[in-house]
Design a protein around this ligand. Sequence first.
Ligand code: ZN
Length: 605
Amino acid sequence: MQKVHSGQFEVAKVEGKELGVIAQSFSQTGWASCTVRLLRTFSWDAKERAFEIVDFNLEEKHELIAVCGPYATADAAAFNLDPEMDVGFPERDDYDGVLYLVHGQPAAANDRYQDAAGWIVLAGTGLKGEDRFVALALEKSNTQLVHFSLDNQQLDISLILPKQIYPIAACSELIDLPQIQIKTGLGDIEVAHAELRSMILQAIPARARDYSAPLIVDTWGFGTNVNQALVASVAKTAKELELEVLTIDKGWENIVGEWQPGPHFEDGMPGLAEITSRSGTRLGLWASLGNADPASSVALAHPDWLATWRGKTQVVSHRTSSLCMGHGPVIEYLSGQLANLANNGLTWLLHDFETISRCDSAIHDHPQGLGEDWAVRGWYRLLSEFRSRFENVWLENCWNGGRPLDLQMVGHHDTTIGDDFCDVRHNAVAKVGLGKYLPAHWCSSYMSDQNSLTLKSQLAIYAVGGPWILMGDIPNWSAEKLALAKRVMNVYRAWRPMFPTGSVRWASVSGWQADSRWRADQEVLPISFIHESGKELMACVVTNALEQREIRWHPAYKGAMVITNEFTGESRDYEESEIAAGITIPTDFAEGHLFAAVPKSTVEG
Ligand SMILES: [Zn+2]
């Protein structure tokens, strides 16, 4: 990469093409080898790929460029065709709005541009063979490029603002350039993960560092076809299951952009507040505050508030338009809408869709070239003012399935999802992927009715980390499913006080070899919540029967333990040598398993 002076800035050039203004640079000598580990969150643009962690070896004369931000999968695909390619929004008639891909294909292994979360670790060796690491986290949710190279034993990292979104001439109007927090030192990739984790933990708002991950039911299993009677019926089963929050997903609103209940909720907000309070749940609502239906009163009264890109209004999720959050009056409007909900019973806000608009309108408050940056500021201003005014409303980040991941996102929320698939297998991968960086009460996951799986397989993994969000047709669950769910929920309730001080990982198993990338399509998905005390809650879903009869699970704790099979209730003492030899899990039939392991030294009496 070349650095070329341009006014007050340096501009990055790769193979003669300008990428954009360099916002920050970091260099370190003495590296013999280095691997960059990227985390990829869920994107509907690459839904089969789902959540994954990918390693790239930095080779001399090769460059790796991580593309971070809300539209990263589509942006990286475009940049791989041509780094100067303009980015846009799809305009096909059949387009349902959750996809942003216009040019190219989602990044594959050999591509230079890779979409990634804003949390990255590098690990390698120094000239004397010592382990070295770098851990870095983006502070902001803007679209940003992180350029990596290793040449002549020098590691270079640059943060670049892509010129398609931040025109080079406009950057002089940026009040403060986005930055990355960097930690570096001696140690291997696990040390790097621990450092990154501590950076992220510090960004978590005080109230969200230690809370009991709730049990939530959400109406998305019914799609947008919701009404007051349906919510009342969901609430009835929620009461039976002793669920704690009931969120009404898309479909409750009058129309996207007008955040009041529609006529199908005949008793309005007071009716919803009463239904939830009678069922012992708190009222939660889905909202896509950054969107407005073209037919909504806000879009009709204020067409000038809509985000435009290259002269056109964007067609985004569910064929709505984007409201420009970089424009002051929009934030004032949304602030009023949110306050009205919070004053009428809202206690959990699940926000979704395009909360960060990409806008280059000339008639908004922001400099024309910096709409996305201003939108990030506007969005977080809206959330932080709302959070301080309504301390009892919790904020869940959904962002079209779980992005972006950066320090500001964490700083403005109480939990985030990692996967939008509502699928046991993908959720297991996302729980582990997020679990490397976030405590176990910060990784919400959606559970649907996956009737192709056994009941135990449908339920087991949701005991491990939270919040646990049920999205199935709970009023029509069988007595057997209700009974089994109650059993697993009791396990979840018993373990969740420990979630803030532990994390979810792959459980250690022998007798079967996982794919090194631990994909969602594997026959066996074993995940464990591991607490600092050595306690371990392990869920294992055998999705396809293996030829072999069994595998063995090895708890992380080395010592005597009491192990309970939470589906049978059987409990047994294991000596240290038996724990080391492993606990047998049958694999000759597809089934879910759930075990609690407690060190004998911590068992009272
Ligand atoms: Zn704008």
